[in-house]
Each structure stands twice: as structure tokens, then as C-alpha cells.
Ligand binder design. Structure first.
Ligand code: NAD
Ligand code: IPM
Ligand code: MN
Length: 352
């Protein structure tokens, strides 16, 4: 029987609650589909930072390198500045393992309280391909003339040819397996170096894919389109920052942050990929046992699919749909009063 080695990093806040539930669902799916998951738990978190001064040990990357997959809850909690916690754990892992694709599928699930809940599922089926290793997320820059009237900060962006080409090519390859449409989100009217460069490379790669319909959109207009005409979108490729913002918007229009999964993918497979929800640690509801575990469960299904266990991944997706369509077990964000554990158990029980 195949046994996959999985590193589990529940992290902070609701990351801990939803990871437990997702693991329960994944273990049951594994049992039903003839494989097993061997979990190794890492307590890397803001709590650890408070105790040790580090989010993860110095050799943290080396400790994870041999795993088949990484299952992450959420990182960040009040008390530790966000740029310290995130640059101490999540962002370095994405970079160390060259997880340059952040894949964020967007689907209208049954039972949602979305503003677009009346739409058909076909109209709201897209995927955000977010650049995950460079761009606007950069440590280059700094504060100048501190304390003087002319004080200012510089925050640099880095767009490498390799980095831009590989994410755009990934989007086109993905589009070939879907509806054959790619929309690239930029802001070339405002950002005069990075975004025209991205557009130029997008046009070059689009020429290699004559069968894929490509278009370049300004990210502001694209945000409006995502709400008003989501049916015109399929694969959306975007820089690190724009992809981040668009993915919360897409989650909101399809059912909320509690429903949106994501995968940090290393496409060549030479390093582990990492799966997590789009949402964060939700300090406002942490410790109450009411977080929606669906996003983390679906992230788990993405991980199984990535490991080659497509049937188990499909089974999890079906179980989630069944429970959401039934509607009798729903967390508060879905209009119900179920707990995180109630919903996790209902999904596990619905697996066949
Ligand atoms: P957030 O996603 O944690 O929360 C935004 C809102 O959505 C909150 O009202 C929250 O209650 C709600 N929400 C999120 N997930 C939910 C769920 N599963 N069920 C029900 N409601 C849910 O965003 P934030 O408040 O901006 O960030 C909180 C912390 O998490 C920050 O430290 C931030 O940096 C971090 N963060 C981490 C990740 C990650 O680890 N991948 C992602 C985003 C934010
Ligand atoms: C996400 C998060 C992170 C990001 C933050 C917490 C650094 O918002 O995974 O979407 O922007 O990448
Ligand atoms: Mn985000």
C-alpha cells in the first residue's frame, strides 16, 4: 500500500481547527481508496516565535525537503507583526521549494450565501494562476531620510524573464486542458516598468498558443468583471500581489473565504508542493470552533490530486458538494450554527 509522507503545519488561529478536520477527511478518503497518509506535525507558528524568536527552526526548509507534500493551516496572529510571521515561514517556504505557481480554483459551491449564488455553476468556474515567487513581494527597498520632512520609503518589485515566462506558460498549458481562454491581469497604465514587461512576455507566449484565446485586462476592470460577468473568465494569470487580491475577491463571489482552496505548486516536482486555504488565521473567530473547514478540506483534495490520487480527490469534492447541498450542517458563515467539527465529520461521513 502506498504511504505518502506529509508534513502538517497547522500554524495559527483557525489554521489549527480546520487542519484537524481536513486531516480527518483525508485519512478517511485514503482508507477508502487504498493508500495511507503518514503525518508529521510541526508546531511552527506565532506562538513558537514568541517562545523562541523564530517562526521555524534555522534548518526548517531542510526538515521539509523530503516530504511528499506540505499541508499548511494559516500563518499570522496579532502580537507578531504580519511581515515578521509571514516572511519567517510561509513566503520562505514558497521560495525555497520553487512553488512558483499559486493555483486557486474558483467554483460556485452549493449552499453558499454568495452575492452570485443565483448563477449556474458553469458560469462561475475559473482558476487564478498567481505568480508565487517574486513580483511585488520583495525585500528590496527601505526607508530614507528617517525623521526628516522628506522621509520616504521605496518598495521595489522584481519581475524576472524566467519568472514571468514560466507562470504565463503554465497558464496557457492549463487553458489547453480547460476552455482555452486566458486573461492576464496587469496595470500597465499606472506601473510603467513591470507591467508593460509582463504584457510584452504575455504577448510573446500567446503567439505560441494560437488555439488559446488570450486577452490582457487592467486588473481594476477585471475586478469589476469578476463580479458582473464572471462567465467571461476561465484562466486568470496574475502577478503575486494582483493574484492575491483577485483570489479573495473570487472567493467572496463564489461562497466566501471559508470555501476557497489553494496549492503552492512546484511544477517540475523536484520539491514538495504545499497546500493551504486561501484564507488566513481569522483572529476574529479563532478559538470559537466555528471556522468553516471546507477550504482546507478542498486544499487537501488538491494535494491528493497532485500526489496522483485523483479518485480520492474527486470523492472528497463530491462529499463536500453533497453536504453543502443538503445544508443541514452549516457553519455560521454559511448561515448555520454548526461547529467546525460538525462540518468536518459530516464531510468525512459523506465519503463513499
Ligand atoms: P482572514 O482570511 O484570516 O480573515 C478575513 C475574514 O474572513 C475574517 O472575518 C474571518 O473570520 C473570515 N474567515 C476566514 N476564513 C474563514 C473560515 N474558514 N470560516 C469562516 N470565516 C472565515 O484574513 P485577515 O484577517 O486579513 O488575516 C488574519 C491573519 O492571517 C493575518 O495575520 C494575515 O497575515 C494572515 N493570513 C495568512 C494566510 C496564510 O497563511 N496563507 C492567508 C491570509 C492571511
Ligand atoms: C495568501 C496570503 C499571503 C499572501 C500573505 C499572508 C502573505 O494572503 O496566501 O493569500 O499574500 O501570499
Ligand atoms: Mn491572500
Amino acid at each position: 500500500m502506498t504511504e505518502y509522507q506529509i508534513a502538517s503545519i497547522p500554524g495559527d488561529g483557525i489554521g489549527v481547527d480546520v487542519t484537524i478536520e481536513a486531516r480527518k477527511v483525508l485519512d478517511r478518503a485514503a482508507g477508502l481508496h487504498g493508500f495511507s497518509l503518514r503525518w508529521t506535525e510541526f508546531d511552527w507558528s506565532c506562538e513558537r516565535y514568541t517562545e523562541t524568536g523564530r517562526m521555524m527552526p534555522e534548518d526548517g526548509v531542510a526538515q521539509l525537503a523530503a516530504f511528499d507534500g506540505i499541508f499548511l493551516g494559516a500563518v499570522g496572529f496579532p502580537g507578531v507583526p504580519d511581515h515578521v510571521s509571514l516572511w519567517g515561514l510561509l513566503i520562505p517556504l514558497r521560495r525555497a521549494f520553487a512553488q512558483y505557481v499559486n493555483l486557486r480554483p474558483v467554483r460556485l459551491l452549493p449552499g453558499t450565501t454568495s452575492v452570485l449564488a443565483g448563477r449556474s455553476a458553469e458560469e462561475l468556474e475559473m482558476v487564478i494562476v498567481r505568480e508565487n515567487s517574486e513580483g511585488e513581494y520583495s525585500q528590496l527597498g527601505g526607508r530614507h531620510n528617517t525623521g526628516q520632512p522628506g522621509e520616504f520609503v521605496l518598495q521595489e518589485s522584481v519581475f524576472t524573464r524566467v519568472g514571468v515566462e514560466r507562470i504565463i506558460r503554465y497558464a496557457f498549458e492549463l487553458a489547453k486542458t480547460r476552455t482555452g481562454r486566458v486573461c492576464s491581469a496587469t496595470k500597465s497604465n499606472g506601473l510603467i516598468h513591470s507591467m508593460p514587461y509582463w504584457d510584452e512576455i504575455f504577448a510573446e507566449i500567446a503567439a505560441e498558443y494560437p488555439d488559446v484565446h488570450s486577452e490582457q485586462c487592467h486588473v481594476d476592470a477585471l475586478a469589476a468583471r469578476m463580479v458582473q460577468h464572471p462567465e467571461r473568465l476561465d484562466v486568470v494569470v496574475a502577478s503575486n500581489l494582483f493574484g492575491d487580491i483577485l483570489s479573495d475577491l473570487a472567493a467572496a463571489v463564489t461562497g466566501g473565504l471559508g470555501m476557497a482552496p489553494s496549492g503552492n505548486i512546484n511544477p517540475p516536482g523536484e520539491h514538495p508542493s504545499m497546500f493551504e486555504a486561501v484564507h488566513g488565521s481569522a483572529p476574529d473567530i479563532a478559538g470559537q470552533g466555528i471556522a468553516n473547514p471546507v477550504a482546507q478540506v478542498l486544499a487537501g483534495a488538491m494535494m491528493l490530486d497532485h500526489l496522483g490520487e485523483a479518485a480520492a480527490a474527486r470523492a472528497i469534492n463530491s462529499a463536500v458538494e453533497k453536504v453543502l447541498a443538503d445544508g443541514s450542517v452549516a457553519t455560521p458563515d454559511l448561515g448555520g450554527s454548526a461547529t467546525t467539527t460538525d462540518l468536518g465529520s459530516a464531510i468525512a461521513d459523506a465519503l463513499t
